[in-house]
Write a protein that binds this ligand. Structure first.
Ligand code: ZN
Length: 198
């Protein structure tokens, strides 16, 4: 085995922090459901719980981890969730669940790479308009961009009031709509502020 176990995945265990001590013993193995590999199982002497190297992976307890990359790439290229389910021969619930997981993963990765960008960076703020499922429901997107690399460092979405010729119709169809565009922009600004103070 190339993988060296240094700590117990149980947060409340006394071996939760990396240790040089051999705190576990091997107790059999199990078959990984999706790639049918044999994975050894370990028993922690500290807390008596069983674990495996899978317990440490980001994809722990996922039944179809091999779909993650394809979903990430296709979704980033504008493929709809409905279409993804069809192309990858899986159901929409799986796609939706993985989308949420990928969003959290992306947020973590974004935060990691943001640290480098924010060191002595110059930022430009902008606001763009978009809409929800219909043009009748306009949205405002507050954005902060790193001036040197033009990378987006923060983005928040707020709703805009109905407007134009269809405003009265939209109001009768969807009811009152609150303008939260200013709050969205303020969230972008306070996020940048908090990052710069870290
Ligand atoms: Zn333990």
């Amino acid at each position: 085995m190339g993988f060296l176990v240094r700590r117990c995945p149980n947060e409340s265990c006394k071996f939760a922090k990396p240790t040089r001590e051999r705190f576990y013993s091997k107790v059999g193995s199990f078959l990984c459901k999706w790639n049918h590999r044999k994975i050894p199982r370990y028993l922690c002497r500290g807390c008596g719980k069983k674990f495996s190297t899978s317990s440490f992976k980001a994809t722990y307890r996922q039944k179809k981890p091999y779909l993650n990359t394809a979903i990430f790439e296709l979704y980033s290229s504008g493929t709809s969730q409905r279409r993804l389910a069809k192309c990858l021969k899986t159901d929409r619930k799986t796609i939706a669940r993985k989308f949420i997981w990928l969003a959290e993963w992306a947020r973590r990765e974004h935060k990691k790479s943001l640290g480098e960008l924010l060191r002595g960076g110059t930022f430009q703020f902008d606001e763009m308009e978009s809409f929800e499922h219909t043009r009748l429901k306009p949205l405002s997107i507050g954005i902060a961009v790193d001036a040197a690399s033009a990378k987006i460092v923060a983005l928040e979405v707020g709703t805009l009031n109905y407007k134009g010729r269809m405003a009265a119709f939209a109001l009768s169809k969807y009811g009152p709509r609150v303008d939260t565009s200013e709050e969205a922009m303020l969230r972008v600004l306070s996020f940048i502020k908090a990052q710069c103070e870290m």
